[in-house]
Design a protein. Structure first.
Length: 210
């Protein structure tokens, strides 16, 4: 039986890095579920297809190959904006959630990160962690990362984007972002990534040894 680790939280909280390291540490498979929505959006953009046509988005979601998700390619800002339009379609979410649930069955285990893993995708996960941080801290991380890659961004715009994304994710009608009742809270506001990872690792180890 697969051991499932569900990691949820807002943008730039550190959940992606923590999830990838937990997967490597345990020899588990990893899926950034947000990339599934971005991949559908990219496919639509590449073919100049409308982003608001539910039937076309459904067909694209059905045909998605989860083994072919390139984080670098899908990280483009325009794709992220398009993905937020795709993600509000309930029927598309159901298709992608089913694909994500199938992924979680991979042996010996899987780490899935996103916004609704512990509440919707894998409600029976062996361990659930909600990773968060103050909005200004997350904006600074996103800003510093962009600057290190040579991109010219305005910090205030990044902070505004972070807050808008938080509102969109937590207030949407279908599968809103929230901490599952049985999820462990990991606030990384005052942690570097190594400290945050070690805290998450301890949570997973405790669940594995329970």
């Amino acid at each position: 039986m697969s051991f499932v680790i569900a990691i949820d939280g807002p943008a730039a909280s550190g959940k992606g890095t923590i999830s990838r390291r937990l997967a490597r540490e345990n020899g588990f498979h990893h899926l950034d579920t947000g990339l599934t929505y971005r991949a559908v959006a990219k496919a639509l953009l590449d073919q100049n297809l409308p982003l608001d046509d539910v039937s076309i988005a459904e067909k694209t979601a059905y045909e998605l190959d989860l083994s072919d998700l390139d984080p670098e390619v899908l990280a483009v800002h325009e794709i992220g904006n398009a993905a937020s339009k795709v993600a509000v379609m309930s029927s598309v979410r159901k298709i992608l959630v089913k694909a994500q649930q199938d992924f979680s069955l991979k042996l010996p285990g899987a780490v899935l990160d996103g916004r609704d893993i512990g509440t919707v995708v894998c409600p029976n996960a062996d361990v659930k962690i909600f990773v968060t941080a103050d909005a200004d801290v997350r904006a600074k991380r996103r800003y510093d990362e962009a600057v290190s890659k040579g991109r010219d961004l305005n910090y205030d715009h990044v902070l505004a984007d972070i807050k808008a994304r938080d509102a969109r994710d937590s207030e949407r009608k279908d599968s809103p972002m929230r901490q599952a009742d049985d999820a462990l809270l990991l606030d990384t506001s005052k942690m570097d990534i190594e400290t945050a990872f070690q805290a998450a690792k301890a949570m997973v180890d405790a669940a594995k040894n329970a």
